[in-house]
Design a protein around this ligand. Structure first.
Ligand SMILES: Cc1cc2nc3c(=O)[nH]c(=O)nc-3n(C[C@H](O)[C@H](O)[C@H](O)COP(=O)(O)O)c2cc1C
Length: 161
C-alpha cells in the first residue's frame, strides 16, 4: 500500500490538515506541497487538500486533480472562508470531484480556514462582495483541534490506510 498526500496551502490552513492526514496513514507514504507533487500514477491511495479561491479549488490543485488516474482511490479535503456545509463549499467540492472524475472518491471533508486580514480587507471592497465573506468571521481560529480530529476520523471510520 503506497499513499500520497498532496496539498496546496497559501496561509497554512490546508497544510495543517494535510499533515494530520499524513501522520495518521500507515505503510509507505509521502507528502508533498502541490508544486513538488509527483505524478499520482502508481500510488494506491491519494489524499488531496486544497483551498477555495473564487469558489473553486485553487488553480494548482485543479491542475493536480486532473492527473488522477482511472479508478485511483481518493480522499479530498479542503479549507475555505465559507461556512462548513454551505452551498459555496459544497459546489467547490463537487467541482474537485468532476476534475478528478477518473478517480474513485472514497471520502471528502472540508472545514473553515481563517482568512488573512489583508484578504478580508480586499474582499470587503469588492462590489458585489464575495458570498463567503459573511461567513469569514466564524472561520477565525480554524482549522482547530476538532477539525484536525475530524479530517482523520473519516479515515479511521472508513478503514482507510
Ligand atoms: C485570494 C483568495 C481568494 C479566496 N477565495 C475564497 C473563496 O472563493 N471562497 C472561500 O470560501 N474562501 C476563499 N478564500 C479563503 C481561503 O480559502 C481560506 O482562508 C483557506 O483556509 C486558505 O487555506 P490555506 O491557509 O491553506 O491557504 C480565499 C482566500 C484568498 C487568499
Amino acid at each position: 500500500m503506497k499513499s500520497l498526500v498532496v496539498y496546496s496551502s497559501k496561509s497554512g490552513n490546508t497544510k495543517k490538515l494535510a499533515e494530520a492526514v499524513y501522520n495518521h496513514l500507515s505503510g509507505e507514504k509521502e507528502i508533498f506541497a502541490v508544486a513538488d507533487a509527483p505524478d499520482p500514477a502508481g500510488y494506491d491511495f491519494v489524499a488531496v487538500g486544497f483551498w477555495l479561491q473564487g469558489g473553486q479549488p485553487d488553480p494548482d490543485s485543479q491542475a493536480f486533480l486532473a492527473k488522477i488516474a482511472e479508478g485511483q482511490d481518493l480522499y479530498l479535503f479542503a479549507t475555505h472562508g465559507a461556512a462548513a456545509g454551505s452551498p459555496h463549499a459544497e459546489n467547490a467540492m463537487n467541482a474537485a470531484k468532476s476534475i478528478a472524475a477518473k478517480g474513485h472518491v472514497i471520502a471528502t471533508f472540508s472545514c473553515p480556514g481563517q482568512v488573512p486580514e489583508k484578504v478580508l480587507e480586499m474582499a470587503s471592497k469588492k462590489d458585489p462582495q464575495p458570498p463567503w465573506l459573511a461567513d469569514a468571521p466564524a472561520a477565525v481560529g480554524h482549522p482547530d483541534e476538532t477539525d484536525v480530529k475530524n479530517v482523520v476520523r473519516l479515515l479511521v471510520e472508513l478503514d482507510l490506510p
